[in-house]
Design a protein around this ligand. Structure first.
Ligand SMILES: Cc1cc2nc3c(=O)[nH]c(=O)nc-3n(C[C@H](O)[C@H](O)[C@H](O)COP(=O)(O)OP(=O)(O)OC[C@H]3O[C@@H](n4cnc5c(N)ncnc54)[C@H](O)[C@@H]3O)c2cc1C
Length: 328
């Protein structure tokens, strides 16, 4: 009888631990495993006590031993994952998409002689042996389909997957420790500096992001929107036009040339909604646009569009959001 396929989901928690995306990510990979009729395995490395173990919806959980703090050097991660994969023999390996994980996926795929696609937004099982993987290209203008046979390594972009449905606890998960082999250190992290100012919310982890565009009119407008965003603990992102004008630093740029964010709520203020900008917010669950122009492209790409001068509506809108029932 043919061996049952396994989908291996990899979660490497660095010092920030589990980010909000972890649930969406697990949901997506478990959904695909279900579709394939495959076993579900989770490879977890990190320092978060009690993260892995019964309670996660995996049949098998592989934990890094000794409890490793993986940093910027991909070598130990790769060596450990190779050991996990030897044990699990997965058909599909999933990592959440990030620059580091894309590098790990490429090197892992080479070592496993597997196919590889990064930054995927959807995966469909075509038949028992073939899958169709979709990823946006040309700044999100085109969706490219890659068809391949197992084994495949893929990094998955965070998105709007509803996660409530699948996270059934599995108290009978098989737990196993996998040794992290000794590797020669090639890269050492000396210092890590976050590019957001003290007191600002980290853009990549925020549940609410307020995006500022050229339509705010200048540095005063930027300041005005920032103050409003602060009232609800939102992170600030900006469009390229704002960066190019020198009103904000490139570290908060959202889009093709900047960061990809995954908040529950994205409020675009004075942003026209170019494809290059919107590709950075495709992971947002709800998009609210505030724009004076009803014909602005963003009006086609938002869940709620307010056609009005932002100064007239933003303070009241934020006050409504600040109510506990909205923020919970
Ligand atoms: C290769 C390449 C990569 C790029 N990468 C990125 C990227 O990563 N991120 C990015 O953002 N852009 C990127 N761009 C630029 C992108 O194409 C747009 O030029 C940019 O996003 C426009 O920024 P904006 O929406 O703030 O400005 P605009 O397009 O000028 O839009 C301003 C909007 O504000 C509205 N407005 C005006 N006054 C008000 C008011 N009082 N109240 C409310 N609304 C008002 C206007 O109606 C308008 O819709 C890239 C471009 C290229 C070619």
């Amino acid at each position: 009888m043919a061996k049952k396929k396994t989908v291996l989901t990899v979660w490497i928690a660095k010092e920030t631990g589990k980010k909000p995306f972890w649930r969406e990510f697990l949901t997506a990979s478990w959904g695909i495993a279900k579709e394939m009729g495959a076993r579900t395995a989770l490879a977890y490395a990190g320092q978060e006590e009690g993260f892995a173990g019964p309670g996660l919806p995996a049949e098998e959980i592989y934990v890094a031993k000794p409890q490793a703090r993986f940093s910027e050097d991909p070598e130990p991660v790769l060596a450990w994952l190779e050991n996990v994969i030897r044990e699990v023999e997965p058909s599909l390996v999933f990592l959440p998409h990030s620059v580091t994980n894309a590098q790990i996926a490429a090197r892992l795929a080479f070592r496993l002689d597997a196919g590889m696609v990064t930054d995927c937004v959807s995966i469909k099982v075509l038949n028992g042996e073939t899958i169709d993987i979709v990823r946006p290209v040309y700044g999100g203008k085109v969706m490219a389909h890659f068809t391949g046979t197992f084994p495949i390594v893929a990094t998955l972009r965070s998105s709007r997957h509803p996660f409530e449905e699948i996270l059934e606890e599995n108290p009978h998960a098989l737990e196993k420790e996998i040794i992290v082999p000794e590797t020669k250190e090639k890269v050492r992290l000396i210092e890590k500096k976050y590019l957001c100012a003290e007191g600002e919310v980290n853009l990549l982890e925020a549940e609410i992001v307020v995006g500022i565009g050229r339509g705010v009119g200048g540095p005063d407008g930027v300041q005005f929107v920032k103050e409003q965003a602060k009232r609800i603990g939102a992170a600030i992102g900006v469009s390229k036009a704002v960066v190019d004008a020198g009103w904000a630093s490139p570290s908060s740029l959202i889009g093709l040339s900047g960061k990809k964010v995954n908040p529950k709520l994205y409020i675009a203020v004075g942003i026209s909604g170019s494809i290059q900008h919107m590709t950075g917010v495709s992971g947002a669950r709800t998009v609210v646009a505030i724009n004076v122009d009803p014909e602005a492209p963003i009006m086609e790409n938002c869940d709620v569009g307010l056609v009005v001068d932002y100064r007239k509506v933003l303070p009241d809108f934020i006050s409504k959001l600040a109510k506990p029932e909205c923020l919970s």
